[in-house]
Design a protein around this ligand. Structure first.
Ligand code: NAD
Length: 248
């Protein structure tokens, strides 16, 4: 059975992606730091293997990918787990910067490196990384987060070139705002810090996008599936899923 390994699979985009692969007959190795949420999401799913894994712990992703490969033919790795924090160039702390770099950059590098080693040895495989519209544009209040997503876009290009001779593809999705608990938390934090009410923030967010709404996690999952499985001549691609935001 074909296997897809997905990080951040217990919530939001990763969970929607896991469900999509399952619905298309794949076995899914669902990895997340939140073991309880993984259990709740996949307890009744016979074709899913839940793997509690913190991508910031050295060796953890290597072990998790090795376990995923024991469940069938590992063909896809989705490096999706990520965190957000609100800050600006004026107020970002060293601690906030370290946390963002540790999860979003080092954790993603570890995931991509572990996948690359497995796939290069096998001479096939496909890696999809979750970047952001902030690979293309700046967003005030997202100083540290945005720099991590720019880094991820860059690593996608170089990893794609380095792995192409081995027959391994590396691509990234670049979503605009997606309706997930990730954004709920950002708006709740902004509210707690004295911002407006959360419903107004969502309405303002929707109005930013030329399509007049934010993105559903299932729409990102479709793009991840496309790059991972169907886009067999795409590598090094940064696929915008942003309702037209960065077209202007
Ligand atoms: N929601 C958005 O608007 C949006 C937009 C663009 C990009 N993204 C990116 O999409 C990805 C998924 O975001 P989401 O919106 O689904 O968020 P989410 O918070 O709903 O899900 C993220 C998951 O990652 C897990 N995770 C966090 N740190 C981890 C770690 N150290 N090890 C393993 N798992 C960890 C969390 O437990 C959670 O289950 C992130 O990389 C995020 O930056 C999100």
């Amino acid at each position: 059975m074909n296997v897809a390994f997905i990080t951040g699979a217990a919530s939001g985009i990763g969970l929607a992606t896991a469900r999509l692969f399952l619905s298309r007959g794949w076995r899914v190795a669902a990895a997340d730091v939140d073991g309880g949420a993984l259990d709740a999401a996949f307890r009744h799913e016979p074709d899913a293997t839940a793997i509690t894994c913190d991508i910031t712990r050295p060796g953890a992703v290597d072990e998790a990918i090795a376990e995923a490969a024991r469940h069938g033919e590992l063909l896809v790795v989705v490096a999706n787990a990520g965190v957000h924090a609100r800050n600006t160039v004026l107020n970002i702390t060293d601690e906030a910067l370290d946390r963002l770099l540790d999860v979003n950059v080092r954790g993603t590098v570890r995931t991509v490196r572990a996948a690359a080693r497995t796939f290069a040895a096998a001479g096939r495989g496909s890696i999809v990384i979750t970047a952001s519209d902030q690979a293309f544009i700046g967003k005030p209040g997202n100083f540290g987060y945005g720099l991590t997503k720019g880094a991820i876009a860059q690593l996608t290009r170089t990893a794609a070139l380095e792995l192409a001779p081995a027959g391994v593809r590396v691509n990234a999705v670049c979503p605009g705002t997606v309706d997930t608990p990730f954004v709920d938390r950002i708006f709740a934090d902004a509210h707690a810090a004295g911002g407006g009410d959360v419903d107004t923030m969502w309405a303002e967010e929707r109005s930013l996008f030329p399509l007049g709404r934010t993105c559903r996690p299932e729409e990102v999952a479709e793009a991840i599936y496309f790059l991972a499985v169907q886009a067999t001549f795409s590598t090094g691609a940064l696929l915008k899923i942003d309702g037209g935001l960065t077209a202007g």
